[in-house]
Design a protein around this ligand. Sequence first.
Ligand code: ASP
Length: 320
Amino acid sequence: MGVQAATVAKGRQPAPSFTSIRGCESDALDSILQLARKIRAGGVGHSRRGLQVNLFFEASTRTRTSFEVAGRRLGLDVVNLEVASSSVSKGESLADTVRTIDAIGPDVIVVRHSRAGAPEVVAANTAASVINAGDGAREHPTQAVLDAMTLMDRFQIASMADLRGLSIAVVGDIAHSRVARSNLSLWSLAGANIRLVGPRAFLPPGFAEAGWDVHHDLENGLRGTDVVYLLRVQLERQHGQMYPSMGEYHRRYGLTKHRLERLAPDALVMHPGPVNRGVEIADELMTDDRCLIQDQVTNGVWARMAVLDFLLDRLEKVSC
Ligand code: ASP
């Protein structure tokens, strides 16, 4: 799992990292999912010692809070580095910032950055385990873990492999979504049937050619699916190639109760947040029993505790 051969401070060995789902083995992911359930059930995982540094270069509410709560519940000391008031704002490079943090001796660095690949730069400059909390439009691996956990709960299934055959429609700005990339990797590994739904501009180039089940029409994309996974329109990553208007997007791709009932009445609805109400999803669905958004947030803490615990457990061992 994403172990980096790092150039690190003298005398310290590089630790296992979790920077992407791509390249992970299903056994490792399933172990993390089982661990998350055990931790939730009160079985294990509240007696770690160590230092976790949260290094967030991009805005975040739920992910940063979730990592902070997860670390504290495990017993770790957690430090949030305020990037705006750090030396980064004076022009220090990412590598230099990380080397400085590394010299303080963290066990885990959780990093979010607007550039794809930043977690690997961090991992190459520290002996700590690195967890990717979102890098550009590339990956957000802990989101995929918490989403799998949420699906396993609702479908009452024992392991990740039981997601096989589940039909999941991912709707929206897939091209700019790191959540979509991590989830597509995990769901593919599990053998789920995935449909990609959205306007052409929001679908990554080459996906239809590569054999993905692509739909530009919401009706076809959603009909009979088990799960509708909605994505936020990523205004901050679109660099001007916007959909004509948010109202128009909602008219064509927004999920309303009426649409859900007509196309997939038993489907569960997920969204990684933050939600643009009235764009991807109608207000009325936010409190619907089929909407799992709050469960996703709650499971985020258990899933992140499991990832932290899993990595800390392997600090002295060979990684998975
Ligand atoms: N919170 C998720 C992320 O950081 C999803 C989003 O921002 O739309 O990628």
